[in-house]
Design a protein around this ligand. Structure first.
Ligand code: SAH
Length: 371
């Protein structure tokens, strides 16, 4: 759908105001009206925007549009979790997941088509990387879910939390992710508090420092191992930004943002990172720190060499942490019957990378004689 029309979906408030002023000679309140229509009422058609003057609507039609992603498939899990595959273009698809719980509803959105981080236990990584999503494509996932869920605003709303935990590494698409998060928190956008928008990263340290200066959201970090040797294998970016550098960046982020704690995700892989000794190492790293640990039972996918830790091992791991004064909880697996659980989002990706991060880092290490 190539078009010269400007897509208003995802335009930050200041840019939308500039657009209506420059292109249409309109006052800033027109931009505010438009935002309410797009995000509160989920409108995609200027004709339905009844409090805008007819001439203004006609002028809008000639320069702008509201282009939303298209749904390819929808799946509903036995536990109420819903997963949509959205078409990004002829060949590419990404996935968005809605997870209802008694006291909240979480929308898990994607930030890239595929992922280049190459974490060995993640099915998105196996697909490779194709491209970054635009701001409109990131915000469009929320727009669509709101429409599909028939989500009312205010009291009783269904999407109460947004997590950037779908496909992709959000901090590798910093330029588009940050404006999208601003729309999630804008009172004329999705009006969520900063504690209800969570960005999860595999550990891009320089971007964590940048984020600390620019945007205030909850931070989650995919730790997955208590020492560099093991983390190098599981999360290859660790070879560039090892654990102590990563943790220093996390504490800096909290200081800057006046945040309460960082959530550390830890996938439980049978016989790999789930021994009591690993729990004790982890406790030494995080004890006395503003940290919460989220233990994620590994979700299998075709072709993986890993297995999920037995339930008893996960409980024991949690108990060791709790007894050492580190808050750890076990994440309940949701939507695994429709492959919507953590690490199972595969979408439809044509890999355009020649080499992915893991291989590239290993190659560069070899070339300087490391290992
Ligand atoms: N790239 C970002 C955002 C993804 S969040 C990040 O790494 O944080 C998705 C979470 O699920 C991450 O913590 C990821 O490491 C974890 N995950 C990936 N594959 C998984 C699997 N097969 N089972 C359970 N968790 C997995």
């Amino acid at each position: 759908m190539s078009s010269d029309l400007v897509n208003l979906l995802g335009l930050p408030r200041a840019e939308l105001q500039a657009f209506v002023a420059e292109r249409l000679g309109a006052k800033p309140f027109r931009a505010r009206q438009l935002m309410k229509w797009i995000y509160r009422h989920g409108a995609a058609d200027f004709a339905t925007m009844s409090d805008l003057a007819k001439e203004f609507r006609a002028a809008l039609e000639s320069v702008a549009r509201i282009a939303v992603p298209e749904i390819v498939t929808e799946q509903l899990s036995g536990d109420g979790t819903r997963k949509w595959m959205l078409r990004m273009d002829q060949t590419q698809g990404i996935e968005t997941v809605y997870i209802p719980e008694p006291d909240r509803g979480t929308l898990c959105i994607s930030s890239q088509v595929g992922c280049a981080m190459d974490c060995s236990f993640c099915s998105t990584a196996q697909q490779g990387f194709n491209r970054n999503l635009s701001v409109a494509e990131i915000v469009g996932q929320v727009w669509l879910a709101q429409r599909e869920l028939g989500d009312p605003r205010g009291e009783g709303r269904k999407i109460t939390n947004i997590v950037l935990m779908g496909m992709g590494e959000p901090l590798a698409n910093y330029r588009n992710v940050v404006p999208a998060m601003r729309i999630f928190m804008d009172d004329l956008g999705y009006d969520l508090s900063r504690r209800r928008v969570t960005l999860s990263t595999s550990g891009l340290v320089p971007q964590i420092y940048k984020l600390a200066e620019e945007c205030n959201v909850a931070l989650a970090v995919s730790l997955h191992a208590p020492n560099d040797e093991l983390r190098n294998e599981l999360v290859p970016i660790n070879r560039k930004h090892p654990i102590d550098e990563l943790l220093t960046a996390c504490w800096h982020y909290l200081d800057k943002q006046n945040g309460r704690s960082v959530t550390f995700e830890y996938v439980m892989l049978d016989g790999i990172n789930d021994r009591p000794e690993h729990a004790r190492q982890l406790a030494r790293l995080l004890r006395g720190r503003p940290a919460k640990l989220n233990l994620i039972p590994f979700n299998v996918f075709p072709g993986t060499r890993y297995r999920r830790s037995p339930a008893a091992a996960i409980v024991r791991f949690r108990d060791i942490l709790n007894e050492s004064g580190v808050i750890a909880t076990i994440r309940r697996t949701r939507g695994d019957d429709i492959d919507a659980a953590c690490g199972q989002l595969a979408g439809r990706v044509t890999d355009r990378t020649v080499v992915r991060l893991g291989k590239r880092l290993m190659a560069s290490e070899r070339s300087v004689g490391v290992r």
